[in-house]
Design a protein around this ligand. Sequence first.
Ligand code: OAD
Length: 252
Amino acid sequence: MDASLFSDRLHSLLERADSIAVLTGAGVSAESGVPTFRDPGGLWSRFKPEELANVDAFMRNPDLVWEWYTYRRELIAGVQPNPGHVALAEMQTLIPDFTLVTQNVDNLHQRAGSTDVVELHGNIERSFCMDCRATVDKIDLPASKAVPRCAHCGGLIRPGVVWFGEMLPDAQLRRASDAAARCQLFLSIGTSGEVYPAAQLPGLAREHGAWVVEINPRPSSIAHRMHECIEAPSGVVLPLLVDVFRRSRLSA
Ligand code: OAD
């Protein structure tokens, strides 16, 4: 594949847009070796979210839930950002108004060099106390299978991620919505579009006049809200897209 597959409109926005917003989902990390949730063989085909990803499950069996997050933390620690993550980090350095919004908790955007990432679903490397809300950095956590206890109050330490039934962090959601509403180009990358409110961002961007592009090997459930769908892996498409972007920005 090459950049000739991009529409003329996308080419001209890559050359001239002053404001770009990006939403990523699990698919952007797939080429790093992190399983997605809803693809065949994905996490939700092997594990039950109702047993692992909500507060009732945690209260019922905190050790089991903790162990599942330890497994995911270890898996993520053993992989590297892929060319898609790296391309997005470079894009940020070439345009002042660039917002990267992610549903991923894997920290791979940050490890690739992206800064100020809007984390809609939290970050697996952070934890906090259920009782006193004190945050715990990963380096303070014991490498035990059992859920740790808070050093201040003895409460249960839980992963700093958003579970089903929980509200998204207000400030992050506001930043994401503001960026979608003001950008000229919105990229929706590697997300199935099954989970709201993240899935409403491409539509919001479109209503406010942005050109909205999906990058995903298979059309998502919100593909009909896009102006353009590039059906290929993000680790292939994003470096090509950033090439066009870089050449026009550096020669301007
Ligand atoms: P999903 O697993 O629902 O969707 C992953 C998407 O990535 C699918 O549409 C795939 O087609 C696409 N994909 C796979 N490989 C790709 C590649 N190489 N390049 C680009 N796209 C690729 O993941 P999300 O949409 O992120 O929530 O799921 C949203 C939320 O549901 C997650 O944040 C998580 C989950 O339950 C919480 O944990 C709160």
